[in-house]
Ligand binder design. Structure first.
Ligand code: PXP
Length: 244
């Protein structure tokens, strides 16, 4: 079965826009659970622009679903993760000025540093995931340093979902398929995410080696129109359809 992790960062973005306690990301996580999400993902960014430390504490204390904590490879984030010991920790590259996570981690460039960074997280019982592109050298490096999971960045594929970009989109999808097959053959659990929508999820969900998709911004945006449970239900339906 293909699992769905719902990223609730942008519930916090709306809350923080007005400095009110609402909308509450924990409430969103509970609704996501009732609507059939298999996990909750939250990115504690260094600038705390959406999810806050208090959100992570409340999610850890009160949520029944597994939490996938996305974070940069910094000493501060490592301390926070070791304090909470979430089910999974997904290491992402982070730049202050970016609007969202623009690319994957360069695992191949800093294998030794990342290996050292993830070792205590693994020892603490967290499933360590690395958010990377589909390049074979990155996938092989992730396997070498002992990550349990790689999450393949689907942002570029989703950006190509425009008229006239068919050939480039097909090539990107094929590269994602090959990346997923390679990662799986190396013993890694394979996830994917970033930028997925009702229109783009199908071909990605159909990749047989994928175990989990993490989807956030579109679901929260669509919940304005469909309600959060409605948006999650429709996404699940499209994922299921792609697997049949
Ligand atoms: N996976 C990872 C590793 C991410 O960093 C993000 C964005 O925070 C997502 C998935 C979800 O992306 P989106 O919000 O575009 O669905």
């Amino acid at each position: 079965m293909l699992r769905l992790g719902v990223n609730i960062d942008h519930v916090a973005t709306i809350r923080n826009a007005r400095g009110t306690p609402w909308p509450d990301p924990l409430r969103a996580a509970r609704i996501a659970e009732e609507a059939g999400a298999d996990g909750i993902t939250a990115h504690l960014r260094e600038d705390r622009r959406h999810i806050t430390d208090d959100d992570i504490s409340r999610l850890m204390d009160e949520l029944r679903l597994p939490l996938n904590l996305e974070m940069a490879a910094t000493a501060e984030m490592q301390r926070i993760a070791l304090r909470h010991r979430p089910h999974a920790v997904c290491i992402v590259p982070e730049k202050r000025q970016e609007r969202t996570t623009e690319g994957g981690l360069d695992v191949a460039r800093d294998e030794a540093g990342l290996a050292e960074f993830i070792a205590p997280l693994r020892d603490a019982g967290c499933r360590v995931s690395l958010f990377i592109g589909h390049q074979p050298d990155q996938i092989r490096a992730a396997a070498r340093i002992g990550a349990a999971v790689v999450e393949l960045h689907t942002g570029h594929y989703c950006d190509l979902d425009t008229e006239g970009a068919t050939a480039a989109r097909d090539a990107e999808l094929q590269a994602l398929r090959e990346g997923a097959a390679l990662a799986h053959s190396l013993g890694l659990e394979v996830h994917a995410g970033h930028g997925l929508t009702f229109d783009t999820v199908g071909p990605v969900a159909a990749i047989p080696e994928l175990a989990e998709l993490n989807i956030g911004h579109f679901l929260i945006a669509e919940s304005v129109f469909l309600g959060l449970a409605g948006a999650i239900g429709e996404m699940r339906r499209k994922m299921q359809q792609a697997r049949e």
